[in-house]
Each structure stands twice: as C-alpha cells, then as structure tokens.
Design a protein around this ligand. Sequence first.
Ligand code: PEP
Ligand code: MG
Length: 554
Amino acid sequence: MLRLSGKPVFGGIARGKLFYFQQDENEVTKRLIKNTDLELQRYEFAVEQAQAELDELYTAALDKIGENEAGIFLIHKMLLEDDAFSGSVRSRIKDDHFSADYAVAQTARDLSHSFAKMTSEYIKSRAADLKDVCDRLIRLIQNKAEKRIELNEKVILCADDLMPSETMKLDLSNVLALITCYGSSNSHTAILARTMNIPAIIGIGAEKLSMLREMEAIVDGYNGELYIDPDADTLRRLEKLEEEEAKKREMLKRFKGRRNVTLDGTEIQVYANIAGLNDLNYAIENDGGGIGLYRSEFLFLGRNNFPTEDEQFYNYRQVLERMGGKRVVIRTMDAGADKNIKYFGLTKEENPALGVRSIRLCLMRPEMFKTQLRALLRASMYGKLSIMLPLITDIEEIRQAKKLIEEAKDQLRARDIPFKDDVKVGIMIETPAAVVLSDELARESDFFSIGTNDLEQYVLAFDRQNLQLESYFENRSHKALLKFIGLTCENAHKNGIPVSICGELGADLTLTEDFLKLGVDALSVTPSQILPLRQTIRTIRLDERKQLDAVRMF
Ligand code: PEP
Ligand code: MG
C-alpha cells in the first residue's frame, strides 16, 4: 500500500481505479530546415488531416449540440483554407526555411496580435478559433494524437492540474473523485469540485501519480489522503469513517427548515454559491436561503462560442424560477485570470490575475456586456434578482456599469420586452482599493459581498493558485484581512447597506464568530456547508455586535 497526502477540498470516500489524464502542451522550437519542398508537403498533409478531423467533429456536433454550435468547426475549416493564412505559412517555410510547425506558430502569433487590436467582438473571438486551428495543425505536424478526457467507466480522475474549462467538460457521472498534483484550495477547479459534491484532493504533489495509472485506490477526501492498493485495515477504517460522516450528515438534516439565528436572536442570511444549473439541486437540498453568488462566467466556459442573449436569459430565468422567489445574486461575467475562455481571444499576459479580467474586461467590451445585462434584466421578471459587479476598484467602474445597465434597459424598452426596473445592483469587495473606498462605493451600491478569495490574494500579496503559500498562511484569520472586513462592514452599515461574504473563507466555521462580530450580515457558501454553518451560527452569542437596525436588509 502507498499513501499520498494532499489538501482536502471536498470530503467523501471513493474507491476505484486511478485514471491519469495528461494535458497536451504543444512545444514548438525554432528549427531551420534545408528541404523546403518536403516541409511544404508535411504542412499540406497536416492540413488535409485537420480538415478530415474537423469534418468528423462537425458531424458529431450536429447531433449533440445542433447546427448553430456545430458551425464553429466549419469556421475552423475556412480559416485553414484562408489564402492569407496559408500564404504566410508557406512563405515562412519557403523563404525563411522555418520548420512547418514553427511557421504555423509564428503565423498564428502575428495574426492573433493584429486580431487583438481590432475593436470588433466578432474578430476578437476569431482569434481564439485561430489558436484552436493552429494547435490542431501543430499537433498533426508533430504527429501527436489529440488528448481529450474520455471516461468510459467510473474512475478516480488524476491530473497535474485541471483548467476550469476542462473540469466543466467532464462527464461527472464517471468521476468518483478528483485528484490533482498541483492547484490550490481557492482555485476554481477546487471550488467546482466542492460545489459538485465530488470528493477531491489537490496538491498531492507527486510526479509518481502518473506512474500509478489504472491502479486500485481509495480516496479519503476528508483528510486529503490517497491510498494506492489499500490494505484491509485501511479499507475497514475508511468504511467506518464514511459511516460516521454519513451519521453526521443525517444529524445535520435536523437543521433544515430552521432559522440561522444566534443565541441573542440576530438573524443571519445563509445563501448558496453555484456555478451552473446543476448546482441548484444542491442549493435547494441543503436549504439555501437563496443564491448569494452565481458565477455566471461558467456559462461561458467549456464551449466554443458566446452564449446568445436568449440562451443566457433562459439559464438565468431557470435559476430564478427554481429558487421560487428567494433572493438570487447573479454576478456578471468574471472571466480572465484562471478562467481563461479561449474564444474570448484574450492576449497572453504576464500577470493575468492583475490583468484584463472581470469588470475591466466587460467595460472594455460593452456590447458583450450589454448582451449579458439584457439577458439578466429580462430574467428579472421571474424572481428576486440582484446583479453583482466583480473586482471593483473605483466608483467610476460602478457608474460606467450602471450606465450600460440603463442602455440595456433602453434597448429592451425599444423591443417592448418587460423587465423589473428596480433590480438591485451591488458590488464585490475583492480589492484593497474597494475596501479603502468602501464609504464612497457604498453610496453607489445596494449591497456589498466580500470575495475573500481575491481579497486575500491582493491584501496579503498571496497568489491564490500557489499551494506552497497556503501552508505559509496556515492561519487564515490574518489580522490584516479581518481588519479589511471590519472596515468594509463599518462603511456599508454607515450607508445603510448590508454585507455578505461569498469567498471560500465564509464557510470556515472557526471564523464564523469573528465575521458576525465584525458585522457581516450574510454568508454565501458552497451548498454542502449551509447546514454546518446554520448549526454553528445557532451556538454564537453576539453581545459585542453593534445595533444594525439602520441597515436596509437584502
Ligand atoms: C472571491 O474572489 O472570493 C470570489 C467569490 O470570486 P471568485 O472565487 O470566483 O474569484
Ligand atoms: Mg473573485
């Protein structure tokens, strides 16, 4: 038996075979060749193979996702046939003596730079298609097979790390547990695993893992342990652990239908965080008081083109309808950083977490943003919607976003489409700038929600993707962070608006009392944490909390 330890992300015991998924990285190095005719032939052959692959993908996609979506593969074929593209590759092979893969990579780089400078959303999104096509060509020139996560049976899925888009594409019915060598507990893959109730361990940090493929294993997601070829004692012990945990879960059910109220009678709202429609079941099952954070960008991930206004509208409408009049906070698209969406055609950045992401990206692409805003406003007719703006650093961003909301309303009025005119607009407090300016920002906002995942990383200069730093900051109740949260609450309440926490720290039961004493009015957490949080809140006495009668609650 071999034991590997990592960081627990979601509890649960899972037993099965390991399946190791290795991502493909196209490595292209500069190589000069003598026989340019032969190299041109290699290129032509790869183009033919790529066309055949794209035809196959198109036919399969027609069945699975319909003509509209499948059309993307026809666009990829057109790019392959484009004269400017193939002319450029040929001349680099013929005149510069570049190898075929290097010629394609250089052409892709130059074209994507000029695409990125265009203002048209359409052309920008084509930059990602260009990258897709070129990756395919390079892979074929290098004679490599395409890598996809195809699971034909139930497995414990292992990978070095997984991109959120890869996680979104997984066939979850075949994933017993998720193990990654790297990654951190605040990464979106970890957040997704938690929301989807999959036992998960990250940062197992073992190159060994790749050598252990197909072996029998058992995952202890509670303690972050993976046992390969487990012995009988371990199996018995983990079976017992699972029984005990099941009893605890059963016991927690007693708290369903009860209030989140402290011993001195203060009512705290507890909401669910979701990343898509599938998570709604968990939110409802666990008796969420509403949705405190719908990460709408996940609707854009794991697909090849922008969802239309109608698609978005039906999605948001379903969330509102299923929550049956309870509050639903939909965060506008928070793309960028680790949530890189290929077809957005984002330029590669040195520091994506400090780059063109989130509200910045939306304000730079107002047409894309307004499509989402129209969809949200249309959906507002079906429940109690609040719109939340992420990564705010300045009052001007709120004003600009609100101006676009007004423009979206005008567009709907012109189309005679109904919407609620009084949808609340709040902001996320995720940057030190937002905390420092919170008094001013509160005057332009209906509510605050503190995104501790990002706030932690910007306040403590601590990359949320970096596992090594997690143990460095083992004590998560960092004084600086708590002071920032306290100041945010003070300024929010001074201006009569409520504050919630929707970052992962909101579910840390060792901090609940601190948060409530600092004045936090609501917590929004992964659905499985709602009942444990309710149990904890009911044991807390808040003598030190200031009177909050003046706060306009949600
Ligand atoms: C946060 O930063 O705390 C947050 C809730 O947003 P995300 O994790 O999606 O960046
Ligand atoms: Mg964030």
